[in-house]
Design a protein around this ligand. Structure first.
Ligand code: ASP
Length: 360
């Protein structure tokens, strides 16, 4: 599976083309950190079509560093009440409280900031950026994260909407007694790939490559709907829901956060790209690893492995320092799952590679 390429790719040259085709020996990439040719590339989850356009413009027109461009890009999704997976209007936890997780990572300084279980602040990614820039810490959680946000001048707001409150009330009314093991809330194990809809996830990840080859990324979410209060997913965990290394590339995840945590998925993808994988192949490699792990975990929770495939969704996104980018998802029908990208060719959706393809 070959990754998508930027339109302007004179930088690839003979050695880059060989690299894209996987012809170079493993480990060769470390000596070929060719930056993209004066282009900026932003990659995100499907819900980030506006975010990638904003992030690219932020780099090219406002000269923002890639990590700040990613944070600016996702801000519009955090503020969008119609996206029930992120920020304002996000689906709440068991108690009906919206708790947000977010992180950002800056390639050039190899630094990161993150917040977990943050309540009442619409833009957790911006708080994460403050943690990164204004403290020596990486992760603040719960009341400490909120106190820090207020100190930094963020305004406390009610993040619930009529839609999110109604969805929570409906879940409460139909809630099964023991819904904390997989499949959550007793969803139909014969239809494992629809579990996400019964206990919805949703997140936005955005990775940005600047024309000078610098990288940055951000992931932000309200996390798994109806989660146990205090549950932190992969999104604010460096190496899980996002990771970047300025010499190699950037990656992130959306979907079952526990699987991205248990595999160190985003870190694994960056390391695979360091060894020479193109971004799509690196994402597929991480999904294969997750799939093997799910098979073992099913000895404990059988529905994690159903009908010869994992019983959950997970999608990875990646961009490599030389401008290749790609995405792969665990399960789907061809032509279904998409990711967003903005480059010199504009902002658009492209198809994710699929590890387990369902019949059309
Ligand atoms: N990964 C997020 C979490 O587990 C949710 C998602 O991406 O849908 O919190």
């Amino acid at each position: 599976m070959e990754s998508s390429r930027v339109t302007r790719r004179s930088f690839l040259g003979a050695s880059g083309a060989a690299l894209a085709a996987g012809a170079l020996p493993r480990g060769a990439f470390a000596s070929l950190p060719s930056p993209a040719d004066a282009d900026c590339i932003a990659v995100s989850s499907a819900n980030g079509i506006g975010a990638v356009a904003t992030a690219r413009a932020a780099v090219l027109e406002r000269r923002l560093r890639p990590v700040s461009a990613a944070v600016q890009g996702v801000a519009q999704v955090e503020a969008d009440p119609k996206d029930t997976s992120v920020g304002y209007g996000g689906l709440p936890n068991e108690d009906g409280v919206i708790q947000l997780d977010s992180a950002c990572m800056d390639g050039p300084r190899h630094n990161a900031g993150a917040v977990g279980s943050l309540e009442g602040i619409m833009h957790p990614a911006q708080v994460a950026e403050c943690v990164m820039d204004r403290t020596d810490h990486v992760l603040l959680v719960g009341p400490g994260a909120k106190r820090f946000a207020l100190e930094q001048g963020f305004i406390e707001q009610d993040l619930s909407t009529e839609t999110s409150r109604k969805a929570w009330r409906e879940w409460q009314a139909t809630r099964k007694e023991d819904d904390r093991l997989w499949p959550l809330n007793g969803a139909d194990p014969d239809a494992p790939w629809t579990l996400d809809e019964k206990r919805p996830w949703g997140t936005i990840h955005c990775s940005v490559l600047a024309p000078n080859g610098d990288l940055g990324c951000c992931t932000t979410t309200s996390g798994l709907a109806w989660k146990i209060p205090g549950r932190v997913g992969d999104s604010p965990l460096i190496g899980c829901g996002l990771y970047c290394d300025n010499t190699v590339g950037s990656a992130g995840a959306t979907g079952r956060g526990e699987a991205a945590i248990l595999s160190g998925g985003s870190w694994l993808i960056v390391e695979r790209m360091r060894m020479g994988d193109d971004p799509t192949e690196a994402c597929l490699h991480a999904l294969r690893r997750v799939s093997e792990q799910a098979q073992r975990a099913a000895a404990w929770q059988p529905a994690l492995w159903a009908k010869d495939k994992p019983g959950f969704g997970l999608t990875f996104y990646a961009v490599r320092k030389d401008g290749l980018f790609g995405s792969a998802t665990m399960i789907g029908r061809r032509g279904g799952p998409k990711f967003s990208v903005a480059d010199a060719g504009g902002a658009r959706h492209e198809e994710c590679a699929i590890l387990y393809e369902l019949p059309a």
